[in-house]
Design a protein around this ligand. Structure first.
Ligand code: SAH
Ligand code: SF4
Length: 416
């Protein structure tokens, strides 16, 4: 959206109160981010009173979900851009500036094509390889607000990655709700591991990551690709959601904990140094103490480097909306904080295991006060701060000897 606005003669404002257009790009996967949108719109309404020419737009999943309602009543955005309508921004911006109020939220049934555009300043960049989701997990709004699964052609993806690498990007993260179903609806015959093989050949690219893999489709051929391709990092986000088979069934996740554990064990054997991460939902309808204990046991058994855990919230239109949201807010919060406490211990143990080892860090920035301090991430996506007498710039790869494990990062010194 930034690139489209720049093509139309706009430039980024330094401060929010200098802006002529403000677009809130939204997420509706949980109730909390959605509520934030409403409160931000309230604050912007006050800004519009002081500056009537200011135009406020809402994009993303909340836009797709609320559509015209965002133009009405108390909220009163000036324009709404759905999840499949980013391209239309260039066409609507003039009428919007002239005072028209526009809502564009149609979801296209055609294939997925995204123009290649320039990103600013980071050695690390995202590339969308697919959009939408056909899995219909019972709690999840994504299939409703982002439509059916659509993949981008491999040529278009490769063109974008080559363009980004030519402009200085060293690390690419491929994006999709379930990258393992990449290619299903394309005319060309290609699957996700094959796409990884093609991207791995791009000269000048240093690292390749991807999110998210659905456990039910996490395949042996993907494990092989991760083992064999030098640029694919030893990091796998494989959201378990719950350790209880009863809850997994009610979530419509289509795997049991046993099946999940078996795949993870195989992946750990095939890919040395593999770091895992996961999402968890606590307090799903009817989650008993025993179900919750199953989740804690899974957490301890798998040993994730990172987790993202959330209290369950009801999402409109999903099949779980019909289930009673039976776990109280207090119990959800208690369960969440105990889970996060246990995870802190696991993370500390895994971080300690890096001490004394040499890791490859891609530099992302340098210390603001000390020119000899740098910061970046290792291949397992862990933040590493290090000291060096040499000068490095973002995108450089440096061998760092880890000296200390801190709560959220590692500290070390460069070996080069
Ligand atoms: N496609 C990814 C997840 C995308 S949504 C996958 O299948 O793993 C990101 C995360 O939000 C989910 O993994 C889930 O943990 C969380 N989430 C989704 N719906 C939720 C809800 N109704 N309440 C709480 N958390 C939810
Ligand atoms: Fe939502 Fe499930 Fe699709 Fe992930 S796989 S986006 S959780 S429906």
């Amino acid at each position: 959206m930034g690139a489209i606005l720049q093509e139309n003669g706009f430039s980024p404002a330094e401060q929010i109160d200098e802006a002529d257009i403000i677009i809130i790009n939204t997420c509706s996967v949980r109730e909390k981010p959605q509520n934030k949108v409403t409160s931000l719109l309230g604050r912007l309404k006050n800004m519009k009173i002081l500056k009537p020419q200011l135009k406020v737009g809402v994009a993303g999943c909340v836009a797709q979900q609320m559509e015209n309602d965002l133009l009405k009543g108390n909220v009163r955005a000036d324009f709404v851009i759905g999840t499949d309508n980013i391209d239309s921004l260039g066409d609507i911006i003039d009428p919007v500036m002239r005072g028209e109020r526009i809502c564009q939220t149609s979801i296209s049934k055609d294939g997925l094509s995204i123009p290649v555009f320039k990103r600013v300043g980071s050695p690390s960049s995202f590339t969308t390889i697919m959009k939408g989701c056909d899995n219909f997990c019972s709690y999840c709004i994504v299939p409703y607000v982002r439509g059916r699964e659509k993949s981008r052609s491999s040529d278009e993806i490769l063109d974008e990655i080559k363009f980004l690498v030519d402009s200085g990007v060293k690390e690419i993260t491929l994006l999709g709700q379930n990258v393992n179903s990449y290619g299903k609806n394309l005319e060309e015959i290609i699957d996700f591991p094959q796409l990884l093989y093609r991207i791995n050949d791009v000269e000048g690219l240093g690292r390749l990551r991807f999110i998210t893999s659905h456990p039910k489709d996490f395949s042996y051929s993907l494990m092989e690709a991760m083992r064999d391709l030098d640029k694919v990092c030893e990091y796998l986000h494989l959201p378990l959601q719950s350790g209880s088979d009863r809850i997994l069934k009610a979530m419509n996740r289509k795997y049991s904990y046993g099946e999940y554990r078996e795949k993870v064990q195989m992946a750990k054997e095939m890919i040395p140094e593999l770091a895992l991460s996961s999402d968890f939902i606590v307090g799903f309808p009817d989650e008993s103490d025993e179900d919750y204990e199953d989740t804690l046991n899974a957490l301890k058994e798998i040993e994730y480097e990172t987790i993202f855990a959330f209290n369950y919230s009801v999402r409109p239109g999903t099949s779980a909306e019909k289930f009673e949201d039976s776990v109280s807010k207090e119990i959800k919060s208690k369960r969440l904080s105990r889970l996060l406490d246990i995870q802190r211990g696991i993370m500390a143990k895994l971080s300690d295991a890096y001490v004394g080892k040499t890791v490859e860090v891609m530099v992302e920035g340098s210390g603001k006060r000390d020119e000899k301090q740098f910061s970046g991430r290792n291949r397992q996506n862990k933040v590493v701060n290090f000291d060096s007498d040499k000068q490095y710039k973002p995108g450089d790869f440096v061998k760092v000897k880890v000296k200390e494990a801190k709560p959220n990062s590692l500290y070390g010194v460069s070996e080069d």
